[in-house]
Design a binder for this molecule. Structure first.
Ligand code: HEC
Length: 106
């Protein structure tokens, strides 16, 4: 492939990403529950169980309750998620943990 062909291909990829990006991001946010159902639930059951029984929030981070492990790093090799899916999942777990702690504090 000569230089000009590569450049226009690069341009096309950039353009496609630019147009599809915001839509893809939106679709992903809606789908975190489905992602959990598809990739995690068959081993962990309901997300609420996983969150309550196994996870804690400390210094703004989601950690394994017993292991003290940083779940964000753990999920980079556990559960077969892509990097962007790990980010989504951590955001969701964080939100649920914060909600839970709010309830407990009442
Ligand atoms: C094939 C079964 C299986 C699947 C699928 C699976 N897990 Fe796990 N998970 C386990 C087992 C077994 C453990 C306990 C072993 C360990 O702590 O290393 C575990 C542990 C965990 C922990 C606790 C970590 C800690 O340090 O205590 C979290 C959080 C977790 N999984 C999240 C997920 C998420 C999120 C998904 C989906 C993306 C997922 N898992 C998919 C089997 C699974």
């Amino acid at each position: 492939m000569d230089f000009q062909a590569k450049t226009s291909l690069g341009g096309l990829v950039a353009l496609t990403t630019f147009i599809a990006g915001p839509f893809a991001a939106n679709a992903q946010n809606l789908d975190v529950d489905k992602l959990y159902e598809a990739r995690c639930a068959y081993c962990h059951g309901e997300a609420v169980e996983l969150v309550r029984s196994r996870l804690v929030m400390r210094d703004g981070r989601v950690l394994g309750r017993k292991s003290g492990r940083r779940v964000k790093e753990f999920l980079s090799y556990h559960g077969r998620l892509r990097d962007d899916e790990v980010t989504m999942m951590i955001e969701e777990l964080t939100r649920r943990l914060e909600d839970d702690q709010g309830l407990e504090a009442r």
